[in-house]
Design a protein around this ligand. Structure first.
Ligand SMILES: Cc1cc2nc3c(=O)[nH]c(=O)nc-3n(C[C@H](O)[C@H](O)[C@H](O)COP(=O)(O)OP(=O)(O)OC[C@H]3O[C@@H](n4cnc5c(N)ncnc54)[C@H](O)[C@@H]3O)c2cc1C
Length: 275
C-alpha cells in the first residue's frame, strides 16, 4: 500500500526536561490546509539514517487536531536513531528550519464515544496522547483554538507516573486546567520522590486502583463488575467508564491486570504500547 508522505516543517522546539532530554515539538504541514486526526492517534515519521537506510518510527500526536499543525513529545533514547534525529532538528531560529516526512494519522487509541468517566494513565512520554485527549475534551476558552467543553461533566482523571519531578511533562498546563475544571483531576505520582515531595508516591496502578474503589463507593456500585452479557457482541458493549493507558509495556500490563481484577472488560481498557 502506498502511503501519502507529507513534509512537516518544525516551527517550534523546546526542551521541556533537561535531565531526561525530552522535547516538545510543533510542526506545520504547509502542503495541507488541514491535517485531520482524532486525539490519541500517531504519525509515522520517516528519515534516512547515516547508512542510507530508511527508518520509520511511530510518534503519538501530542495535541488535538488544529488545522495543518500537530505537536509531538519525544525523549532522546540513548543510542537510538530517530529520537536523536528529532531532538537535533535545527530550530526555526536558524536559516534552514528542520523538516521531517510523516504519514498518517494511524491507530485506534482514541476516546470512545460517547464521553464517559475516564481514567487516563501514562508514564514518561506516554503523556503525549493524553495531552491530545485533554485538549480535545477541554479546549481553551479563548484564542484561535477556543471551543466548547466536550467533557459533558464526566470525571476525567489523568494519572501520570514518572521517576522524578523534572519528568512531569506539561505539568503547568495540566495543573492550571485542574484548577479551572472541577471534573478534571491531575494525579502526578513519583516512583523516586525525594523527601521534600509532598505529592503522590509510588506506581500508577496503585492510584488507578484507588480511583476505581472510591468511584464505586461514591456511586454505590459493586467493586467487582458483573460479567458482561455473553449474548451481546463485544462490539456492541457500552461501559460507563473507560481506562486509556499509554507507555512502556510493563506499566501497561500492570494497569490492565489490576483493572481485570475488578472485573473490567477488555474492551473497557484501551491501550497504546511504545515498546
Ligand atoms: C504507537 C507508538 C507511539 C509512540 N509514541 C512516542 C512518543 O510520543 N514519544 C516518544 O518519545 N516515543 C514514542 N514511541 C517510541 C518511538 O517510536 C521510538 O521507539 C523511540 O523514539 C526510540 O526510537 P529510536 O530510533 O531513537 O531508537 P532505536 O534506534 O529504535 O532503538 C535504540 C535502542 O533503544 C531501545 N528503545 C527503543 N525505544 C525505547 C524507549 N521508548 N525507551 C527506552 N528504550 C527504548 C531499543 O530497544 C534499542 O535497543 C512510540 C512508539 C509507538 C509504537
Amino acid at each position: 500500500m502506498t502511503r501519502e508522505l507529507y513534509t512537516a516543517r518544525l516551527e517550534r522546539k523546546e526542551c521541556i526536561s533537561e535531565p531526561s532530554q525530552c522535547y516538545h515539538f510543533e510542526f506545520v504541514i504547509d502542503e495541507l490546509e488541514s491535517f485531520p486526526f482524532s486525539a490519541g492517534q500517531f504519525i509515522s515519521a520517516v528519515a534516512v539514517d547515516a547508512h542510507g537506510k530508511q527508518q520509520t518510527r511511530a510518534y503519538s500526536l501530542a495535541s488535538a487536531a488544529n488545522g495543518n499543525r500537530f505537536d509531538l513529545c519525544v525523549n532522546r533514547v540513548q543510542g537510538g536513531f530517530f529520537s536523536n534525529h528529532l531532538a537535533d532538528l535545527p530550530d526555526v531560529s536558524l536559516p534552514v528550519g528542520g523538516k521531517i516526512h510523516v504519514h498518517g494519522p494511524h491507530g485506534h487509541f482514541v476516546l470512545r464515544e460517547p464521553v464517559t468517566d475516564s481514567i487516563l494513565v501514562a508514564t514518561g512520554t506516554g503523556v503525549a496522547p493524553m495531552r491530545g485527549f485533554v485538549q480535545s475534551l477541554f479546549p481553551p476558552e479563548n484564542g484561535p483554538q477556543a471551543g466548547p467543553d466536550r467533557s459533558q461533566g464526566k470525571d476525567i482523571w489523568l494519572v501520570y507516573g514518572t521517576r522524578h519531578e523534572s519528568e512531569l511533562y506539561y505539568r503547568d498546563y495540566f495543573e492550571a486546567l485542574a484548577a479551572r475544571k472541577p471534573n478534571f483531576h491531575y494525579l502526578a505520582t513519583l516512583s523516586r520522590a525525594p523527601e521534600s515531595w509532598s505529592g503522590l508516591r509510588g506506581y500508577v496502578q496503585d492510584h488507578v486502583a484507588r480511583i476505581v474503589e472510591e468511584r464505586a463507593a461514591r456511586l454505590g456500585l459493586p467493586l467487582v463488575q458483573p460479567e458482561a452479557d455473553p449474548a451481546v457482541p463485544a462490539a456492541d458493549l457500552r461501559f460507563d467508564t473507560y481506562a486509556y493507558i499509554c507507555g512502556l509495556n510493563n506499566m501497561v500490563a500492570s494497569v490492565r491486570e489490576r483493572l481485570a481484577g475488578y472485573g473490567w472488560h477488555r474492551k473497557q481498557i484501551v491501550f497504546e504500547r511504545y515498546d
